[in-house]
Design a protein. Sequence first.
Length: 421
Amino acid sequence: MHDIRAIRADPAAFDRALARRGLPPASADILAHDEARRASLAAVQERQARRNAIAREIGRAKRSGADTSALEAEALTLREEIAALEAEAQAAEARLTHALERLPNRLDPEVPDGPDESANVVLHVHGTPRPAEGARQHFEIGEALGLMDFARAAKLSGSRFAVLSGALARLERALAEFMLERHTQANGYTEVSPPLLVNDAAMYGTGQLPKFAEDLFRTTDGRWLVPTAEVPLTNLVAGEILEAAALPMRLTALTPCFRAEAGSAGRDVRGMLRQHQFWKVELVSITTPEQSEAEHERMTRCAEGILTELGLAWRRVFLCGGDTGFASARTYDLEVWLPGQGAWREISSCSNCRDFQARRMNARYRPAGGKGTEFVHTLNGSGVAVGRALIAVLETFQNADGSVTVPEVLRPWMGGAERIG
RNA sequence: GGAGAGGUGCCGGAGCGGUCGAACGGGUCGGUCUCGAAAACCGAAGUACGGGUAACCGUACCGUGGGUUCGAAUCCCACCCUCUCCGCCA
């Protein structure tokens, strides 16, 4: 959500920021609603003050037995005026909110310009990509091992699901535990086991609603399946006023993620790269505005560390304006090299949302020594997507005989096994 | 799911429909006292919106949303949540 005061102060800057997202100017419309709202609000408050004064006077008069009929008559007309003006104010406020809540966050000035992913900027490459020649794709490897089954998954659930069994099921769990271990023991994150079904308010807070409902699964009782643990973790502080000493808060969670994948029909249909359900270890930080930029770098490095330790080739990509997500001001994607596919594919996305989500969910803190409250900054990043890590491990460490070498860091969770198959 | 009780400020806990943004107690912060501390005493302190350069003024907020009333923390309705008992259940 945007700060209406900032828009008032510099509408042109606001429109320029929208243009970087490829969106038309909106400030004129917004400011018109804002002015209408403030005008009726002032009128309402003026009459409320008068009404309160009259009510007090009637109270006094009644006790002294005086006649109050004239006062009551005036109050009655005031009541009608207030009701009408209040309706106006609410309508204007609703129009204002409707306009504001659909606009994406302002981009950091450093975000590269560009309409889509083709304009993203590669900042850093780590490791040597294994040549694609002769490399098989993860589903070929998994199916040949008899440990990855899409036909049976389709029988149970339809397309975009997978069944893993035996060593692959264990590998998936090993990856997740390895990640959690690093983030909780080395990186200072607190593990959380959150609800996976959340209400409208939570989805609104992180920005999935109202615009992106079609990407979500909804339960019959009106709740939503979380598309990422970012939603429950970030909303943990919704509506709260935190002490500055409590910041930064660093939270991590291993959860399934559910995504409807509407609009991606036909994309990545083979294998388990794009599923309706996948596991992910998420990182969320709640910080002060002063801390958030450094925290963003720190978080990204925590995610990178996982890929490095696994021995995967990865690169950090600075998303351009057109590719940066709705709630984010600045996003780094981590892409892992998939030899089987011969392509870099997203495995993590680390975003600094600044105060955008905090405003939506009204999450604040008390600055040390200062007065009043400020909105916190929220950040989230995958640390990392477990399913895609599994794919990368299979494709990177596949052997000519069809087996897969288990990365050393995972062996403690694999009963010491050095290879699968 | 059924029956009952309840949701008030940082916490506990009052609150005949009018003088309640809210008694009282605790905690917190500042001060007095003290070599220092404790105790005691005095004082301060909610959040948001609107107006104003500012001091400040106004409005709203006692789970949420409606309603009754000249006036609602207080009355009525719906919903949400918590607790107790019963049923069901991993």
